[in-house]
Design a protein around this ligand. Sequence first.
Ligand SMILES: CN(C)c1cccc(CNc2ccc(C(N)=O)cn2)c1
Length: 251
Amino acid sequence: MRIALMTLFPEMTGLVTGFGVTRRAIENGRLSLEAVNPRDFTDDRHRTVDDRPFGGGPGMVMKVEPLERALSAARERVGPARVIYLSPQGRPLTQRKAQELAAEPALILVAGRYEGVDERFIEARVDEQISIGDYVLSGGELPALVLVDAVARLLPGVLGHQDSAAQDSFSGELENLLDCPHYTRPEEHLGRVVPEVLRSGDHERIRRWRLKQALGRTWRWRPDLLEARRASGWTEEEERLLNEYIGEYEQ
Ligand SMILES: CN(C)c1cccc(CNc2ccc(C(N)=O)cn2)c1
């Protein structure tokens, strides 16, 4: 997948290109991420990218011309692409949305600064607005990098265990379930031992235990997700396992 990030702070892409899974995805050619800086497309001596808002009010607004020229350059880099504006007014980024975006050939992400961009750019060029949560940041770069990370790890071949993640029907991703607990060596730590079932080698018993834990933790901490999962239809086994968990929990 090819991604262009329109940003006044191109060095911020280093947080993705420089570390971990996303760095490897780029090195393996699964992902490309390049910054396009609207300031490079200004035509005045001061390289002006923002201006005062019509109608008055605090803060500045990003000018439409540098954005338009930067978008043209971005399209030259990544080809036809969905244009996404990160903003508090956007629709929430979810795992489902990340899966949907992972199927795109290319994305152009627009990171606003100041009070945002001129509305005419949004009307004419933005395909959709996405928010990473109900809070305001000083810029859209971190939300854009969050989106890149969420999408990159879903690209084929990026996560080593990609197939197994997909096999786990309730892997917690996209299935409206929180994750089950995870353990690794040592078997005992500060008097706390790893649940015996996980060392039993009985894979069917382990699968059931993990599903029960995922259901139970969702019931405790995110009942809203549980409702969503119920609505999308769940199995008799899940009903039984959750009731078992609740029974044990309330003893
Ligand atoms: C109206 N306004 C202040 C504004 C408008 C557009 C962009 C920005 C840049 N800041 C952002 C961007 C996204 C998010 C998010 N929640 O995804 C939070 N902050 C700010």
